[in-house]
Design a protein around this ligand. Structure first.
Ligand code: SF4
Ligand code: SF4
Length: 347
């Protein structure tokens, strides 16, 4: 029998389909909007809202009311849809990039220029800057008493994958030295060789994310033109071996013009290796929209709520069959849940 999808999960999927919310009295928001240098909302301002029975959603701030049917009424703590009260919701504070976590981007420069990724573009006008280990530990200390439950690190690749992994290892070690084992550490590196994964594990990272991006090899070749599809999958599989099952995860983007079955095949292949996918709605960030549409012949499209729900439902079945448990993740996106419909958390 088909499982009933909770109304609040449907509402979250609708919000994610549009991806934006307008806040009228923005200065009255209890917490500052988040401005990220990595992830789907790179270069954009966004807020996190918790509503219903614990759903968390991250939404980009719309500049005008006409860009979205959704408004957040700060005074009444209410999400409105087309001007009508819809769901009571509270803004949740983003510590560093997301609630409860310090998720830091060590290097916003990247030589690979994947077509969907805005990270390298926001840095083109400033000189190269890499977060030093002590800068990271200082930043973590600043939010440590605000309900911090984990740390996560991501990075672009400025010089070489080995150099960026070495730097990430230095940061992981510095965090361990400063905070002991109290904070779980997740890493989202770019890796090309097995030794990169071994280095991060030996440095003390607990969880790892190596992204599939697109499971369709042709689309991957277009959007990640400088990367190697087969080697990337090999790295993901190896990461699960080294970190252990249930400690490796990976983004698969929905909306790059792939077939529906390709998403399901990707989620299933990962699950077979003990890796849990984050099925991530494409953000047509204005910084990358033109280059992405040109590369994909206008096939890029933010997925509909129905698409998101159908993939999440299918993914939930896959995870059950493979006995994989999303709720065991302590860091990164499977812990946060703000950008995706996450099986076992949202439905
Ligand atoms: S390798 Fe990662 S950071 Fe670099 S362009 Fe691609 S997605 Fe962005
Ligand atoms: S789901 Fe991931 S990318 Fe989205 S806000 Fe949370 S940690 Fe960042």
């Amino acid at each position: 029998m088909q499982e009933e999808i909770p109304q609040t999960t449907r509402a979250k999927a609708e919000l994610l389909e549009n991806g934006k919310i307008f806040v009228k009295n923005i200065k009255e928001l209890p917490f500052l909007a988040d401005h990220s240098t990595a992830g789907p909302n790179t270069g954009q301002n966004s807020i996190f809202l918790r509503f219903g029975d614990g759903r968390l959603v991250r939404l980009t701030l719309a500049e005008t009311q006409s860009q979205t049917p959704y408004t957040y009424n700060v005074e009444h703590k209410m999400i409105q849809k087309s001007g009508i009260d819809w769901y009571p919701a509270k803004q949740v504070e983003s510590l560093l990039h997301c609630p409860e976590q310090a998720f830091l981007n060590l290097d916003s420069n990247c030589r690979y220029n994947c077509k969907f990724c805005a990270t390298p573009l926001i840095q083109s006008h400033v000189s190269h800057r890499v977060l030093k280990p002590q800068t990271v530990t200082r930043a973590i200390k600043r939010v440590a008493k605000k309900g911090l439950s984990g740390v996560a690190l991501t990075t672009g690749v400025f010089s070489s994958p080995t150099e960026s992994v070495k730097h990430m290892c230095r940061v992981v070690k510095a965090i361990r030295k400063e905070f002991g084992d109290a904070l779980p550490i997740g890493v989202e590196p770019f890796v090309q060789e097995e030794k990169h994964i071994n280095m991060l594990y030996d440095a003390g990272a607990d969880e790892i994310k190596v992204n599939v991006e697109s499971y369709d090899p042709e689309i991957f070749a277009i959007v990640c033109g400088k990367l190697d599809y087969e080697n990337n999958l090999r790295m993901i599989r190896y990461a699960a071996k080294v970190f252990g099952e249930k400690r490796a995860c990976s983004n698969i983007i929905i909306g790059l013009g792939e077939k529906e079955e390709t998403i399901n095949q990707g989620a299933e292949a990962l699950a077979n290796w003990g890796v849990i996918a984050s099925l991530r709605p494409l953000n047509l960030n204005p910084l990358i929209e033109t280059q992405l549409q040109e590369a994909l012949n206008n096939r890029a499209q933010r997925p509909s709520a129905e698409r998101l729900l159908s993939h999440a439902t299918n993914h939930k079945k896959i995870l059950k069959e493979k006995r994989l448990d999303v709720t065991r993740f302590q860091t990164m996106c499977l812990k946060c849940t703000g950008c995706d419909i996450v099986p076992q958390r949202d439905l």
